[in-house]
Design a protein around this ligand. Structure first.
Ligand SMILES: Nc1ncnc2c1ncn2[C@@H]1O[C@H](COP(=O)(O)OP(=O)(O)OP(=O)(O)O)[C@@H](O)[C@H]1O
Ligand SMILES: [Mg+2]
Length: 257
């Protein structure tokens, strides 16, 4: 197995809270790897450590064979690793198209000074970025909403936009933090299909945090379980679902595994 992303011994506490402790994770190239665990298990903190939003107090992150533990998020993005956030981060007063055209500059750490008027790619009439945005809108079923303000989108449409933004630059690994949160059942089908196609047809590797066990069961292999900041077990979904330790971890939580 080739690990595209591999982390070992990651720890990070906030005050007295050990949000992540001695956590290891491997994401195989070409996989859709799931990451589940009860609320507060440390999943989003792990994403922050993997994507460079925060630094670990110990441990290493290796991507494509290179140690990236201390690299800034935009440098990781340049190497092909992109993430979304649990709460969507769209620009409400820009349209869907403009949000997409702005995305490469944001992800790659370019200067954003024209942001307060219009994204500079838009202002420049950047044809390549525009063409890509059109393709991405097709993939994400957002074409009919291209001129809608992001603030006016439904919660589910915002999640689609969040995923679509990651596609605006060339990347190999996409980390999704709860892509299904707040998405209605119809859009959930679109989202699941989109992730599947990006993996099967476009070769994207995914690491997905999600509480929706239907999405996890349909898409993810393997599924990693985290609890109390650290690794519990991993395996195929059907085995994980019946594992007494996993059920125990969720007891007192809210999800029927
Ligand atoms: N910046 C922070 N400051 C203080 N405590 C934090 C911070 N970030 C996370 N924590 C704490 O770390 C623990 C893990 O939080 P985290 O958000 O990683 O959990 P999660 O698994 O993503 O949960 P959920 O499923 O609810 O999104 C929690 O106890 C949380 O309160
Ligand atoms: Mg979280």
């Amino acid at each position: 197995m080739t690990a595209l992303l591999s982390a070992k011994g990651l720890s990070r506490s906030f005050g007295g809270v050990h949000a992540v402790r001695d956590m290891g994770v491997e994401v195989r190239e070409g996989s859709i790897t799931g990451l589940i665990g009860p609320n507060g298990a440390g999943k989003s903190t792990l994403f922050n450590l993997l994507s460079g939003v925060i630094r670990p107090q110990s441990g290493t992150v290796v991507y494509n064979g290179e140690d990236i533990t201390t690299l800034a998020p935009f440098r990781r993005a340049r190497r092909g690793m992109i993430r979304t956030f649990q709460l969507s981060r769209e620009f409400g007063r820009l349209t869907v198209l403009e949000n997409l055209m702005l995305s490469p500059q944001m992800q790659l750490g370019e200067r954003l000074w024209p942001l307060f008027s219009r994204p500079s790619a838009v202002a420049r009439g950047d044809a390549a970025v525009y063409g890509r945005a059109e393709e991405v809108m097709e993939i994400a079923a957002l074409t009919p909403l291209r001129d809608a303000y992001a603030a006016d989108l439904s919660g589910g449409q915002k999640k689609l936009l969040e995923l679509a933004r990651t596609l605006m630059i060339d990347c190999d690994l996409i980390l999704l933090d709860e892509p299904g949160a707040g998405v209605n059942p119809a859009l959930m089908g679109t989202l699941t299909e989109m992730i599947h196609r990006l993996n099967a047809d476009h070769g994207k590797t995914f690491l997905i945090v999600e509480h929706d066990m239907d999405l996890i069961g349909r898409l993810c292999n393997p599924v990693i379980v985290m609890t109390e900041g650290t690794f519990l077990t991993q395996g195929v979904f059907d085995t994980i679902r019946d594992d007494p330790r996993v059920i125990e971890a969720y007891l007192g939580g809210m999800v029927d595994v």
